[in-house]
Design a protein around this ligand. Structure first.
Ligand SMILES: [Zn+2]
Length: 238
């Protein structure tokens, strides 16, 4: 960004009546998290998958949990442990300080499943996780619509990328899976994200007549355009 861009951004924040924070994988990079951008980015983070010829699209697939749960949980168990041990970078605090300094109500909309905004102590009632959260589980089948907190320890053998412990469903004793929308995923339970989404629409309703983004899966592009639209709507002279 150029200096005039930064000045314009500062003016917009100063004049804003609320702060809608939209973000994706890039937000985690400064905390040291991989963004899986392109096959090389993914394989750099997970050399074993390169050896096996598996890319991010293949690894983030619910079929592994049914076919070979220890392998499916290898990828997600490792990421759970990584996100749990990661400290959110100072940018999270900068966003919180803007909100406090200008007395702005704020709402986070993120496609990340890493729970870093909760870890940075943002208000959990004002976060929309469009693709769900790795810190919540559901039944693989699913036998019921329940979503529960992931309190399991899932160590992973990095040589084989296989989990050494499998989280199980407490209701049917079958395998549990992360409550994340994966690729080719027809059994993700969206109730938790749906409730978050309703709170975000309420947040928008309270302060603007802005046209809402589309609801449901794939809405992240809608949130991107909402982000740009909100900026244009509140930019003086546009
Ligand atoms: Zn179950």
């Amino acid at each position: 960004m150029t200096t005039p861009d930064i000045q314009q951004a500062a003016t917009l924040i100063e004049q804003a009546e609320a702060l809608a924070i939209t973000c994706g994988a890039g937000m985690g990079v400064d905390s040291g998290l991989p963004d899986f951008r392109g096959d090389n980015g993914f394989w750099q983070a997970y050399p074993m998958y390169k050896h096996l010829g598996i890319n991010f699209y293949d690894a983030a697939n619910p079929s592994h949990f049914a076919d070979d749960p220890a392998f499916g949980w290898g990828f997600y168990g490792h990421r759970t442990n990584l996100y749990r041990s990661t400290t959110p970078h100072s940018g999270f605090n900068i966003l919180k300080k803007w909100s406090q300094r200008f007395n702005l109500d704020s709402f986070v909309v993120t496609s990340n499943v890493d729970g870093q905004f909760q870890k940075a102590e943002f208000d959990t009632q004002k976060i929309l996780e469009v693709h769900g959260s790795i810190h919540h589980l559901q039944c693989l089948r699913p036998c019921c619509q329940t979503i529960w907190n992931n309190k399991e320890e899932t160590p992973v053998n990095l040589e084989t990328m296989r989990a050494q412990h499998l989280p199980m469903c407490p209701y049917c004793q079958g395998v549990a899976r992360p409550n994340i929308l994966m690729f080719g995923d027809f059994s993700w339970i969206s109730a938790r994200s749906d409730a978050q989404e309703q709170r975000f629409h309420d947040f928008l309703d309270q302060r603007s007549t802005y046209q809402h983004p589309p609801r449901g899966n794939g809405g992240i592009n809608g949130y991107r355009s909402t982000s740009l639209g909100l900026i244009c709507q509140y930019t003086p002279g546009e």
